[in-house]
Design a protein. Structure first.
Lengths: 169, 272
């Protein structure tokens, strides 16, 4: 409970702070404050929040790896986490390279705004996928065709049967 | 001990039971996809609200945007705070109505409602104080802040004193210790290292005692955390030769923690 509670509450710190950096990139908040000032001072708290999420999330995963690994929403979450990471690298190495040119702009250029919007969308999907992991329809319990295929529920059933067999011995 | 709306306001039970039996309410509760969408919107609103609250309060604590005026940060976060609070409450009402029968006997729901009122009052008080610094006539919202503080402390005591909920109050305590780092400068690194050590000690104690239902690990962790925070705060204030926290900083820290109490109690509704 403590781990899960910490994981969920740290989301407020992580997603809440990255949201305001992305809103600045979109020109929707802090328009008269340079992007560099918002990003450089707020992002360390985002990174701190992410570190706590990573630790608590990993501990939660290893508390029941079979269930989590064969959960449709968990796999979606991992996919979108990778996509969010790609967006961060894209922003850091490509978009941000020209930052001095638009740092003071109330509304940054389209490429910057696109990266901010993508970041917001991807992180929200990651959060929603995380929440949906608790719903039965994302688990290998009478799964639908798509859920069963994506979550590899046949492998799950077989692993569960093996475990039951070992316990019975 | 558990204080809840079922015991505190028994007159509510019968009319709300009737409400829960209404076809429309049953429909709300049983339409899984609709409930999932509303829950998603609730989470989204919480992130917006949490971001707006934390960005303003971390600024006031001196952790971020140090060279940006507080009034600028307050003005930038205010619209998002309003969007977050309207979204959270609107979706929360939907979810509350759909599951009202289970919420009334819930101690966590009672704590959440008290903390919610306190958190809103705190946020209003903090915003007013920041805006007051920008106008000629200063009106300090002291009464508002004290009312918020009193309500929040009641919620927190109930949270900690209710056996099934007390782990949730530990999260609030440690969130407070983590946010306290924002007020430190010279000793921040040492403080965070000390706090990390306290968490490791608490985890080891929990492995040893938690299975027996002992509250010892939590109590020791909070006592050690308070000790580490007190020492770091004393050293920092001595170095700077001025008080560590002014009234506005205390209100900002309390405001953040009141919102964290709302979120933690909300999570514990599901656990308890």
């Amino acid at each position: 409970m403590l781990l899960e509670g910490t994981h969920v509450l740290t989301l407020m710190l992580f997603a809440g702070t990255i949201l305001f950096v992305d809103l600045r990139l979109l020109g929707a908040a802090f328009r008269n404050v340079p992007v560099s000032r918002v990003a450089d001072q707020v992002l360390p708290w985002t990174v701190g929040g992410f570190a706590v999420l990573l630790v608590t999330g990993s501990l939660l995963f290893f508390s029941n790896p079979l269930e989590y690994w064969h959960n449709f929403a968990f796999r979606l979450k991992l996919l979108f986490l990778v996509a969010a990471a790609v967006n961060i690298f894209w922003f850091h190495y490509r978009v941000q390279a020209s930052r001095p040119a638009w740092d003071q702009e109330p509304v940054p250029p389209p490429a910057v705004r696109a990266s901010g919007a993508t970041s917001i969308a991807l992180w929200f999907v990651v959060i929603f996928a995380g929440r949906y992991m608790a719903y039965d329809w994302t688990k290998c319990m009478n799964p639908g065709a798509i859920v069963g295929a994506v979550a590899q529920c046949e492998v799950y059933d077989s692993a569960l049967a093996d475990i039951d067999g070992e316990i019975a011995q | 001990m558990s204080v809840n709306f079922h015991d505190a306001l028994p007159a509510l039970q019968v009319p709300l039971d009737h409400l829960a039996q209404a076809e429309m309410i049953k429909g709300l509760n049983q339409t899984t996809w609709l409930f999932a969408i509303i829950e998603t919107a609730h989470l989204l609103s919480m992130v917006i609200l949490g971001g707006a609250v934390l960005v303003l309060n971390l600024k006031l604590l001196g952790a971020i945007l140090r060279d940006v005026p507080a009034t600028t940060v307050e003005a930038a976060t205010r619209p998002w705070f309003k969007i977050g609070i309207v979204g959270t409450i609107a979706t929360g009402i939907y979810m509350g109505v759909a599951t009202i029968v289970t919420l009334l006997p819930s101690g966590a729901f009672f704590v959440k409602m008290i903390a919610l009122v306190a958190a809103i009052l705190f946020s209003v008080a903090v915003s007013r104080q920041v805006r007051a610094s920008d106008v000629a006539e200063k009106q300090s919202p002291l009464a508002l802040a004290f009312a918020a503080g009193a309500l929040w402390l009641v919620g927190l005591v109930l949270f900690a004193a209710t056996t099934a909920l007390s782990p949730g109050s530990l999260i609030v305590a440690f969130a407070g210790f983590a946010l306290f780092a924002a007020t430190l400068a010279k000793y921040r690194g040492a403080y965070l290292a000390g706090l990390g050590a306290v968490i490791v000690i608490a985890a080891l104690l929990a492995l040893e005692y938690a299975a027996q239902g002992s509250a010892l690990p939590g109590l020791v962790a909070v006592a050690l955390g308070l000790g580490v925070a007190g020492t770091a705060g004393w050293l920092e204030a001595r170095k700077a030769n001025e008080p560590l926290l002014g009234g506005l900083q205390v209100a900002a820290l309390s405001s953040s923690l009141a919102w964290i109490t709302v979120a933690a109690a909300g999570r514990w509704i599901g656990f308890s």
